[in-house]
Design a protein. Structure first.
Length: 229
């Protein structure tokens, strides 16, 4: 008997890709539906899917109140013509879950946390590296690969982000300190306390008396919520 899994699909990237590569809304819907079905078919060939949920869209992200620079680099981006219609389609056809006040990532992280605590084997379907801050199993449908994060892997992934920031979301932290520096800093460390202390000491060298404020701001921007309902 194959292993049973609960599947959580982050459809935001699928929707965006389908929108930008399609001339008509019918074509966009077909591409989106095909990709989701393709993922489900592939996973069901390896596991028994005892349930799946699709997640799509959010409004009123609290992070934009933490700092007005959050995702400011996206303000002038052109919105694909069919994006809104695809989000509507995801809700009508796939019963996609959405949220207010945070992001799709937070809603999925909360579902992962809930199902995992219930003893279920959860697979997050996504291409977003932010989920790797959790000891989860993620299926990257673009690369067609599974990533299995241990507790230690997850700690290092998150604190690496605390060092290098996130250019996609316009989170700029320690200028000139990239992933190679973060690996050298964090690889010898094995506990949350050690990593917190090491990163905070780094912030002190950059931000002096404002280190605590900057640390808290960056933490609140990067840490996904697990209590969204």
């Amino acid at each position: 008997m194959s292993k049973s899994i609960t599947v959580l699909i982050d459809a935001d990237s699928i929707i965006f890709a389908s929108a930008v590569t399609s001339d008509t809304i019918l074509d966009a819907k077909d591409k989106m539906d095909y990709k989701i079905n393709e993922v489900l078919d592939y996973l069901s060939s390896k596991y028994t899917i005892d349930g799946f949920s699709v997640f799509s869209g959010s409004k009123g992200n609290f992070r934009k109140f933490v700092t007005d620079t959050y995702k400011a680099n996206r303000r002038d981006m052109e919105i694909p013509e069919h994006l809104s219609a695809l989000h509507k389609h995801s809700k009508e056809y796939w019963d996609a879950k959405y949220t207010y006040g945070c992001e799709t990532d937070d809603l999925i992280a909360s579902a992962w946390y809930k199902h995992s605590n219930e003893g279920k084997n959860v697979v997050i379907v996504a291409i977003d590296k932010d989920y790797l801050q959790f000891p989860c199993v993620m299926y990257n449908y673009n690369k067609k690969e599974f990533i299995v994060q241990s507790e230690l892997d997850a700690l290092r992934a998150f604190y690496t982000q605390m060092v290098v920031g996130d250019s996609a979301d316009n989170i700029k932290v320690c200028k000139g300190k990239g992933k190679a520096f973060a690996v050298k800093l964090l690889d010898p460390l094995t506990t949350k306390y050690q990593m917190t202390r090491a990163v905070y000491e780094l912030y002190k060298t950059f931000y002096k008396g404002k280190a605590e404020l900057k640390y808290r701001e960056t933490f609140n921007l990067l840490k996904l919520r697990t209590n969204v309902r």
